[in-house]
Design a protein around this ligand. Structure first.
Ligand code: ADP
Ligand code: MG
Length: 477
């Protein structure tokens, strides 16, 4: 039993009321792409909107004491290295714009400002990736763009570079908005944009549920050129008047197919309606099911569609294997696999339900593994602490719901283990895309039990020979 009865998606009453109000009647059950609506962990609730966040530090920050000496960026020197966890920290302070912007430079064949070139260099970006090479000039020319490219191929900078370049740092308006499905992804994207814009004086603020409103308000008051956020909390700010998007130039939906799917669609509609019609709109994802493509056109003006790689195609560098294992034996198979410490450096294990995640975490810990859980029932402070440890490689195994399925960039993950089968092809592609990023290699494993064969067939029909049965001798005597 894995607690399948515990609904993963639990919109607050307030949220449900809102949604009905806006869309007229309850949301239809099947998703717009024809799939049944699944319990969707990767949908953020608004989180608490007032009051203190659970267990903040005394100054209301989630930063740990040992991070307190981190450079905040304003005080001088290049800010390149945010802490290893990098993502949690929200300085709200990009460097001041340099007095004299150096001459224009080139990033591969793309013209960028000298300050952006310097930032990219400090990040170790020497050449644009394929998606960046194709998308950046289109965005710079003012086009709406849908960018589809495999996981881990640099989609963030594909929108991040032109975003940072096109903003006016001397203005106090919010000029760009990036929406993401989860808080962790919002923090990560904010960090990437902060780094790309660090020398141009671009201020990027993350807005997401579970963090104290007051902290976000302070950041917003200090000027935000780019807001990166999850829809629910952003809507709270919009309703309070603390975020105004009437001068927005660019809106980006990261993980666009999820953002336009039924769970988020009404929120996206609400938000985008309150932005200027003249805005430029950019959509990015590794997957773009046909029905979502159709839906997307409603927000786009004669967009350029750019696709790098096949449709929903995992990268070649990920080795995909499956184990046939009875339901009951899955925990001990995982235990056994995880004992191979030389091969599995960091593992991300997916389960369908929050309760299932908690149970598996306890099981693994009882067996002596260094494992922690992440899911939507945890406080944001707990979630952030776990992510920080995992990013810093202080934690070897992260057991997660789909809250960790999309977008997260943690290069040291060597293995993604689908302990519970993903519900559909897109979910599989995103989950396994947490490994083998940016040319690295990685392994994706599926545990297949009695009831999982139809989904396995579906995945196999798409990925073909790339997915093979694991060699039983490789791990089991
Ligand atoms: P995606 O959104 O396509 O899944 P990300 O934007 O998260 O991928 O990028 C994956 C990784 O590649 C990140 O660690 C990012 O810093 C790195 N990266 C992005 N662009 C470049 C580049 N041009 N050169 C080197 N590394 C890059
Ligand atoms: Mg991404």
């Amino acid at each position: 039993m894995n607690g399948a009865g515990s609904a993963e998606r639990r919109p607050s009453r307030r949220r449900r009321r809102r949604r009905r109000g806006r869309t007229g009647g309850p949301v239809a059950a099947p998703s717009s792409n024809g799939r049944e609506r699944q319990p969707n962990e990767a949908q953020e609730s608004r989180g608490r909107t007032g009051g203190p966040v659970a267990a903040p530090s005394s100054n209301g920050s989630e930063r740990q004491p040992d991070e307190s000496k981190e450079p905040r960026g304003r005080t001088g020197g290049p800010v390149a290295a945010p802490s290893s966890n990098g993502r949690e920290w929200q300085p709200d302070a990009a460097q001041e714009p340099q007095a004299q912007e150096p001459q224009e430079s080139w990033f591969g064949g793309i013209k960028v400002s000298g300050l952006t070139a310097r930032a990219l260099e400090s990040m170790g970006y020497q050449e644009p990736t394929s998606i960046q090479g194709e998308v950046i000039p289109l965005v710079q020319s003012g086009r709406d763009v849908v960018g589809q490219a495999q996981t881990g191929t640099g989609k963030t900078a594909a929108f991040g570079i032109p975003l940072v370049e096109m903003l006016d740092p001397s203005s106090r308006e919010i000029q760009a908005l990036v929406l993401t499905p989860t808080r962790e992804l919002a923090m990560q994207v904010r960090e990437d944009l902060f780094r790309i814009g660090q020398y141009r004086g671009v201020r990027t603020v993350a807005i997401y549920g579970g963090q104290a409103m007051s902290r976000q308000l302070t950041a917003l008051e200090q000027t935000a050129h780019i807001v990166v956020g999850t829809p629910g909390r952003l809507m709270d700010h919009m309703e309070r008047g603390t975020v105004r998007l009437d001068r927005l130039k660019i809106a980006v939906l990261d993980e666009a197919d999820q953002m336009l799917d039924i769970g988020f669609a009404p929120d996206i509609e609400y938000i985008l309606r309150r932005t200027p019609r003249s805005r430029q709109t950019l959509l990015f994802s590794a997957t773009m099911p046909v029905p979502i493509k159709r839906l997307a056109s409603r927000y786009l003006k004669s967009p350029a569609w750019v696709r790098v790689g096949g449709d929903a195609e995992p990268v070649d560098e990920v080795q995909q294997v499956y184990y046939e294992v009875s339901e009951r034996e899955r925990p001990s198979l995982l235990d056994e696999l995880l004992r191979d410490k030389s091969r599995i450096t960091q593992a991300l294990v997916f389960r369908r339900t929050r309760m299932g995640v908690d149970r598996l975490e306890s099981f693994l810990r009882r067996r002596g593994h260094d494992a922690q859980a992440i899911h939507g029932d945890m406080s944001q402070a707990q979630r952030s602490a776990v992510m920080r440890r995992f990013r810093a490689k202080e934690l070897r195994t992260l057991v997660a719901t789909n809250v960790a399925a999309r977008g997260l960039d943690i290069p040291a993950i060597s293995h993604v283990i689908n302990f519970d089968m993903p519900d559909n092809l897109e979910e599989y592609v995103h989950r396994i895309g947490r490994t083998a990023r940016m040319g690295k290699t990685g392994t994706a494993i599926i545990f297949v039990s009695e009831w999982d064969f139809p989904t396995l067939d579906l995945i196999q029909a798409h990925v073909g020979d790339h997915l093979r049965p694991a060699d039983p001798l490789s791990l089991r005597r």
